[in-house]
Design a protein around this ligand. Structure first.
Ligand SMILES: [Zn+2]
Length: 301
């Protein structure tokens, strides 16, 4: 594991107002004024490859975002990892539109449109003007495209009541290796105990959401001891031991998008968002002392 020395630290991401707009290539310059971009400060030993591995942004995207020609980086140089969101726009509802279609067309979510327009339900009418925000963290769709694609024709047949977050307790691995472990060592015939696994850049991409069979087949989880919660709880596992390390910024952003999508778009607001330790009391440290539980509850009260 060559990456252990440069584990991504959330504090390295600084939200900046991007005063240095001149450093942006022309194509993204327009976005700069609208909001904050995510940047990364180059440190000793960093290369484009290591930054790409840790951030989940491809080298070619890093080059394009930052107008880089070669591989030369300077310590302290600020690299844009994620451009600032585009400014909000106004969409005028046409006859026959649904919120779902409008959200899809604008690469945002129904919940984000409802929030931006203070709508409590799905009712819209032709001629109504909706604010479509540029999207941010929880409401943009940077990580969940595959989940949306694979859930679209899924019949949500289980009566989901909980969304439970875990860490894997080890710093590497992915859905496949955990599946093998749960099947062979833990003797679980359905394999992977979680419904989703979110990578940290070691054995799957940083922020990549892997979808387990238990989600695709709408099977109960095997991720907590509490029987009722296993039967009705969606398990989301972030790769890593958060007693020792911190979840990456990308893992947390992907987790937020995923929970938002599950809870508000698929379950109509149902699903108590919680973590393993809260379900199984003091039997487990999961998801580790470095996992931001308070923030999770604030984001999903
Ligand atoms: Zn757990």
């Amino acid at each position: 594991m060559h990456k252990t020395g440069t584990m991504w630290n959330r504090r390295q991401f600084i939200k900046t107002a991007l005063l240095a707009a001149a450093a942006l290539p022309a194509a993204t310059r327009g976005f700069a004024a609208a909001g904050a971009a995510e940047t990364y400060s180059v440190r000793k030993g960093d290369t484009l490859t290591s930054i790409s591995n840790q951030s989940g942004v491809s080298i070619s995207d890093l080059r394009a975002l930052n107008g880089l020609q070669g591989d030369h980086l300077v310590i302290g140089q600020k690299l844009i990892i994620k451009p600032a969101p585009p400014p909000a726009q106004i969409y005028t509802v046409k006859s026959g539109d649904t919120l779902g279609q409008i959200a899809q067309r604008h690469k945002t979510s129904v919940a984000a449109i409802q929030k931006a327009n203070k709508l409590s339900g799905d009712r819209i009418f032709p001629g109504q003007e909706l604010v479509i925000s540029g999207g941010n963290g929880a409401t943009s769709r940077r990580y969940i495209d595959n989940v949306v694609r694979q859930s679209r024709n899924l019949s949500i047949s289980r009566n989901w009541q909980y969304i439970v977050v875990h860490h894997s307790g080890v710093n590497n691995g992915n859905a496949r290796s955990y599946d093998r472990f749960h099947r062979n060592q833990m003797r679980m015939p359905n394999g992977l105990a979680y419904h989703f696994v979110i990578g940290n850049g070691i054995d799957s991409r940083n922020g990549e959401i892997e979808i387990g069979n238990r989600w695709l087949k709408q099977l109960q989880g095997g991720h907590v001891r509490n029987y009722r919660v296993n039967e009705t709880g969606i398990g989301i596992c972030l790769v890593g031991n958060f007693e020792v390390r911190h979840p990456t910024a990308q893992q947390l952003a992907a987790m937020n998008e995923l929970i938002h999508y599950l809870k508000y778009e698929l379950l109509g607001g149902r699903g108590k968002v919680t973590v393993h330790r809260e379900i199984d009391g003091n039997r487990t440290l999961c998801p580790g002392k470095n996992f931001p539980i308070a923030q999770l509850h604030q984001d999903f009260p």
